[in-house]
Write a protein that binds this ligand. Structure first.
Ligand SMILES: O=C(O)CCC(=O)C(=O)O
Length: 274
């Protein structure tokens, strides 16, 4: 077997093992899967668009209609422009990520949202929650079903014990329906280097950690979903994609990941026509 074939097989084998772990634990860490130079330019660009939230910002957050909202004390969800660098294929469809997501959500999955969460210096732990209870609203059978959506977290700064790793309760995506409390001692707190990312099932119980550092901790997120899934809960106050003022065309690979409805909402400049 030549090296190329062997490497390709190894990659396939790895993505299978990783997706099995994801299905069991409700999350996986994907090390070295995103281009760090693009991550650096996304960090810089996010700082320009939402300066007050970012490292060395003046710490005077502005809530911007449909582009920024509070998701905890001193913690903001923001919608950066859906264009480069955020919408580059190396962020939205990194090879390693796609190979795992395809196994989890099936070929033909959609990219259904792109944004960021910025925890400011001094942010306390976020409330413990699931991004979505389950397609039937959080009854026990929801925990037995395959994944229908997953959030990919791409840190824009190194995630350390000090600036607050996202806390995750392994296996909690399988425990939908009435349950007791989620004890902090049962949570994992993955530390991430630039280029690493964290893929979480939409049902897994999680919470942003306390930011005890002196600077903000911005993370990007991509939501991937099965093509039939619509998130009717999380994006009432903020856009799933910040497209209105986008001028740059989206790469074909990224356009192919959008649902027909989202594609239809793009301007000809975004489609690369004008
Ligand atoms: O801040 C974090 O680490 C995670 C935030 C998050 O998962 C959320 O807002 O749903």
């Amino acid at each position: 077997m030549n090296t190329l074939v062997r490497d390709r097989n190894k990659e396939q084998f790895d993505s299978l093992a990783v997706s099995d772990r994801f299905n069991r634990e409700g999350y996986v860490i994907l090390r070295n899967s995103v281009d760090v130079s693009v991550v650096a330019s996304a960090a810089e660009c996010l700082s320009r668009q939402f300066g007050a939230f970012c490292p060395n910002g003046d710490d005077s957050p502005r809530v911007i209609e449909h582009a920024a909202m509070l998701v905890g004390e001193k913690r903001y969800q923001v919608a950066p422009f859906f264009e480069a660098p955020f919408a580059l294929p190396s962020i939205c469809c990194a090879v390693k990520v796609v190979s795992v997501v395809e196994r989890i959500l099936g070929a033909g999955f959609n990219l259904s949202s792109l944004g960021a969460v910025i925890s400011l210096a001094g942010a306390p732990p976020q409330h413990v929650h699931r991004d979505f209870e389950g397609i039937f609203g959080g009854v026990p059978i929801d925990g037995m079903l395959p994944s229908f959506a997953a959030t990919l977290i791409i840190p824009l700064v190194e995630v350390t014990e000090e600036n607050g790793p996202t806390m995750i309760w392994p296996g909690s995506h399988r425990l939908c329906g009435p349950h007791g409390t989620w004890s902090l001692s049962d949570a994992v707190r993955p530390l991430l280097k630039l280029g690493d990312c964290l893929l979480m099932d939409y049902r897994v119980v999680h919470a942003g950690g306390a930011n005890n550092s002196g600077v903000s901790r911005p993370i990007l997120y991509n939501v991937y979903s099965r093509p039939w899934f619509r998130d009717h809960l999380n994006f009432r106050a903020i856009n799933r994609f910040n497209t209105p003022s986008v001028r740059l065309p989206l790469a074909n690979e990224v356009q192919k990941m959008l649902s027909p409805d989202d594609l239809a909402g793009l301007s000809s400049a975004q489609l690369g026509g004008a």
